[in-house]
Design a protein around this ligand. Structure first.
Ligand code: AMP
Ligand code: ZN
Length: 664
């Protein structure tokens, strides 16, 4: 097999494994083997850029950036569904169907109503070409690049599919992945996401598809639309879509009459709690497509379908007080403190109110009787107010204007839902939050020191920032409550051990807003030591791969503050690692300092990745696109023609592999 055949064979093989894993839930190889093969494919694709394919299994890792989501008209309108909440409403609908169709037999398909973000996918000749959000039903946003990264969206179909069609479904975020994402956010001091549905639809509008690829989204399909599909019923449509490689839940059932429909509803109202993703009802559809056509549509929705909404368990209770929490980054979260009430088996005392807009939208006030519901989120939410029980003298909730912890005037940035306390150096929960982040496992990993001890040390005026940790003495610790001799020793030992933690983790630990683990690594590599980073500017930062304006601004802002500079000087004096070690610097030079490179094409003596590494190791910066800031384009064989034209237009020198190697 030559390398090109190998490339194609790998694509086919990976597609099949993807299908086994994400559609059938029955993987036949280990994740490790899969990753290995994927890397092999990526290497071959880098070598043969002329065989690039937007639908290759390698695109699942993302990378494409969408700056503006284009508005696209749906080929066929995406309708909404009429809702019903009771058996009676369901029976009324059935009667209307019969009345409209005359005296013919009608059967139904029942499916679950998946609670996510609606999507329409377009396929041509078996290849995925486009994904558009529902929008207003007539037109939506083109989110193709992001949807490509969702593993259960087939990029290449199987079997006997129509040449051209759209398929509709719902992009959902299963509970498990949602909770994992939130655990990470909480550990980084950020606000947890509200619920899986909002997070799923928010994900579709992220600019960086690599971030979408990291989210465990799934796409569940339920409706094929197009001309001459050769399909005569809804249930057949589901079977066909499944055969073509789509993820179509097998829960759907063909019901002969309303009794069967009702027992489907009863059964799934209970069993849905075992499903990995959220559902909020059953969608009942007239099974025969001919009959569907006869029934047609109202202005908003099909007459041939009805959503039966499950009743979510609700409880009514009194909202005693609204309090406000301050996070590590200064973000304010309003909390509803409730008169304890039993809901779905647990005693609920608190519910999140999210932000000022949410409070205004619900018009919720202290003393109100409110309805609490447990949805996909971890924390219960308030869904409404029982206005009939409202005290006529109650006052509209006025959102706090000052920080409840330090009394600083709160700010709210353009476009953000959350209020912030800007007093990051003097606001107690922000101070302790930052220290807690500094000592956390992925940062300085200081064993023997927990969150509560940090609060205690702060309260006792022993620490006011993370540099103070390195000043602690045993004499100071021993008199503290619950601090045994041994724990004091452990704490001090943990602090000493943290001097071994490498620069990139220290940089992460500093808690600069938006500088997570990955960004910290990039910055450590690009700047090599803290002085260089402290002395840099916005422009220079933005030349670093993957550092955008938002991060760059935050870094510059952090290092411009005297207090931070002072803390860093102290960390340096205590021996905390604030530069890459000799080992890490091995083979690194400054030869390409200040120069930005774009790499394009295939190379003879060095792989693309080696070339990129050589650029970074020698102090150069990598960029993925050519702009006026590019110093050189290292051009290999088969360089993309558009890149060539752009480089020529901007007068940026093209250099060969040989010329590059001579530079270093
Ligand atoms: P609504 O947004 O409440 O009007 O409900 C209509 C939406 O339900 C549709 O636009 C679909 O996105 C969604 N939906 C979820 N599951 C299904 C399903 N099995 N069949 C049809 N629509 C569904
Ligand atoms: Zn404050």
């Amino acid at each position: 097999m030559n390398e090109l055949e190998k490339l194609n064979a790998l694509r086919d093989e990976l597609r099949e494994h993807n299908y086994n894993y994400y559609i059938l839930d029955a993987p036949v190889i280990s994740d490790f083997e899969f990753d290995f093969k994927l890397k092999e494919l990526q290497a071959l694709e880098a070598k043969f850029p002329e065989y690039a394919d937007p639908n290759s299994p390698s695109v699942r890792v993302g990378g494409a950036i969408t700056k503006n989501f284009e508005t696209v008209k749906h080929t066929m309108r995406m309708y909404s569904l009429d809702n019903s909440y009771s058996k009676d409403e369901l029976l009324e609908w059935e009667q209307r169907v019969h009345k409209n169709l005359g005296n013919t037999a009608v059967t139904y398909t029942c499916e679950l109503k998946y609670d996510g973000a609606s999507i329409s996918l377009s396929y041509e000749n078996g290849r995925f070409v486009k994904a558009v959000t529902r929008g207003d039903g007539f037109q939506g946003d083109d989110v193709t690049a992001n949807v490509r990264t969702i593993r259960s969206v087939p990029l290449q179909l199987k079997g006997d599919y129509p040449a051209k069609f759209d398929i509709r479904g719902e992009i959902v975020l299963p509970f498990e992945g949602f909770e994992k994402m939130n655990a990470i956010r909480i550990s980084q001091g950020e606000e947890p996401y509200m619920n899986p549905r909002n997070t799923a639809s928010g994900s579709l509008k992220l600019q960086d598809s690599a971030l979408v690829a990291e989210r465990p989204l799934e796409c569940l399909l339920y409706s094929v639309v197009g001309n001459d599909l050769g399909i005569s019923s809804q249930i057949e449509m589901l079977d066909k879509a499944r055969e073509w490689g789509f993820k179509v839940p097998s829960i759907a059932a063909h019901c002969k009459n309303t009794d069967e429909v009702l027992s489907f509803i009863e059964r799934w109202d209970v069993e849905r709690s075992k499903l990995p993703y959220e559902t909020d009802g059953v969608v009942i559809k007239v099974n025969n497509l001919q009959q569907q056509e006869e029934l047609g549509y109202t202005a908003k929705s099909p007459r041939w379908a009805l959503a039966y909404k499950f009743k979510t368990e609700q409880a009514a209770t009194i909202l005693e007080k609204i309090t406000y929490q301050v996070g590590r980054t200064g973000a304010i979260t309003p909390v509803a403190n409730l008169r304890p009430v039993l809901l779905a088996g647990t005693l609920v005392k608190r519910a999140s109110l999210h932000n000022a807009d949410q409070i205004a939208k619900l018009d919720v006030r202290e003393g109100d009787t409110v309805f609490v519901e447990k949805g996909g989120e971890i924390i219960p939410k308030i869904v409404g107010v029982d206005f009939s029980k409202r005290d006529p003298n109650s006052l509209v909730t006025e959102y706090i204007s000052h920080c409840p912890e330090c009394n600083t005037l709160l700010v709210r940035k353009e476009g953000e839902a959350q209020h912030f306390c800007p007093n990051d150096s003097g606001c107690p929960p922000q101070i302790t939050g930052r220290i807690q982040h500094f000592i956390s496992r992925k940062a300085l990993d200081i064993e023997g020191l927990g969150s509560e001890t940090v609060e205690l040390l702060f309260k006792e005026n022993l620490i006011a920032n993370y540099a103070d940790l390195y000043n602690l003495t045993k004499e100071q610790l021993i008199p503290l409550e619950r601090m045994a001799d041994k724990s004091a020793d452990n704490l001090l030992k943990g602090v000493q051990e943290s001097l071994k933690i490498p620069f990139e983790r220290v940089l992460f630990g500093l808690g600069i807003r938006y500088v997570g683990e990955t960004v910290a690594k990039k910055l450590a590599k690009a700047y090599k030591n803290i002085e260089a980073l402290m002395n840099t500017n916005l422009e220079d930062l933005m030349r670093v791969d993957e550092i955008g304006e938002r991060i760059a601004n935050s870094v510059v802002d952090f290092f411009s503050q005297e207090l931070n500079k002072d803390i860093i000087r102290r960390l340096q004096a205590y021996g905390v690692q604030l530069a890459l070690t000799q080992d890490q610097l091995e083979g690194q030079t400054d030869k390409l300092k200040g120069k930005t490179f774009v790499v394009s094409g295939v190379f003879q003596n060095i792989s693309r990745n080696e070339l990129k590494k050589a650029i970074e190791d020698n102090g150069g910066k990598l960029s993925s696109s050519i702009s006026s800031k590019t110093s050189f384009v290292v051009a290999g064989e088969n360089m993309g023609p558009s890149k060539k034209i752009k480089a020529e237009k901007l007068g940026i020198p093209l250099i060969s592999e040989q010329e590059f190697l001579e530079m270093i």
